[in-house]
Design a protein. Structure first.
Length: 156
């Protein structure tokens, strides 16, 4: 099952981009045996200034057909890492070809797109910069793979 992180804006070269690239590469190496991967970060930019609706249209085009779509939203559900891993496994086991995570722009995710998502995930009550949210999500995707593989990466 492919994993897609669709996000508004572009990460420039730097520590956040290095983290995202590293965790997604690690996930790709270890996930194949679990029926997971590849993982990809798809970045979109609204260069015409159309706001959240324009960003939503670009994000929608980045989502694979038939994907289980999860919005990253401060109003979403908080999960433990094992619960997150179980949700990924559930989608894989249900035969989904892809799971996609949506990270909106500075103003969030357009309500129409958020309403079309299958779930919403929160990293807590605090609002995180979008570049850090990408890195945190990439790490949690990798961690989920490690949990599902039974490695000692995730210690309880």
């Amino acid at each position: 099952m492919r994993i897609v992180i669709a996000a508004v804006g572009r990460l420039r070269a730097g520590p956040e981009k290095a983290l995202v690239d590293d965790y997604l590469a690690r996930f790709d190496r270890s996930g194949r045996a679990l029926g997971l991967g590849p993982a990809a970060l798809v970045e979109v930019e609204d260069r015409k200034g159309g706001g959240m609706a324009a960003e939503a249209a670009l994000l929608s085009k980045a989502l694979p057909d038939g994907a289980w779509v999860v919005a990253l939203d401060e109003r979403g559900t908080t999960m433990t890492s094992p619960d997150f891993a179980a949700s990924i496994a559930r989608q894989r086991d249900d035969g989904r070809a892809a799971m996609a995570f949506v990270i909106g722009g500075a103003d969030g995710i357009d309500p129409a797109l958020r309403g079309r998502c299958d779930a919403a995930l929160s990293f807590g009550a605090m609002v995180w910069p979008h570049m850090l949210a990408r890195a945190m999500l990439a790490e949690q995707v990798y961690r989920a793979g490690q949990i599902l593989a039974g490695t000692p990466y995730h210690r309880v």
